[in-house]
Design a protein around this ligand. Structure first.
Ligand SMILES: [Zn+2]
Length: 114
């Protein structure tokens, strides 16, 4: 029997292991979000990056907000941020350490590096 397994996935009582593995691999693909650099001093010029995976990106594209993402540690600190996608498809920080903007002045606009 020849069939498109992805298309007929709902018909399987048990998800075929190759398909489960393919989905898992796809969902776990790494992506990188860049927090714009700040020039405020202190703490001095720095930026941050945030590691996310494909399933996070899919949720963002579906209009969901991802909360509590931890940035990289740069200049001796990191931030816990909430991220969503605006109507233009830009990634924005909707909260930084529990406030509207980061204490050290990072822009709320973020960039998807890959
Ligand atoms: Zn910072």
């Amino acid at each position: 029997m020849v069939m498109n397994m992805a298309k007929y996935e709902p018909l399987f009582e048990t998800e075929p292991s190759t398909l489960a593995l393919a989905n898992q691999t796809s969902n776990n693909q790494p992506h990188l979000l860049q927090v714009a650099p700040t020039i405020r001093d202190p703490p001095g010029y720095h930026d941050h990056t945030i590691n996310i995976v494909q399933s996070d990106l899919d949720e963002l594209r579906q209009g969901q907000t991802i909360r509590g993402l931890l940035t990289s540690v740069d200049n001796g600190h990191q931030h816990s941020v909430d991220v969503s996608m605006d109507s233009r498809g830009n990634f924005v920080m909707t909260s930084c350490d529990g406030t509207a903007q980061c204490w050290d002045g990072h822009s709320t606009q973020m960039t998807l590096v890959y």
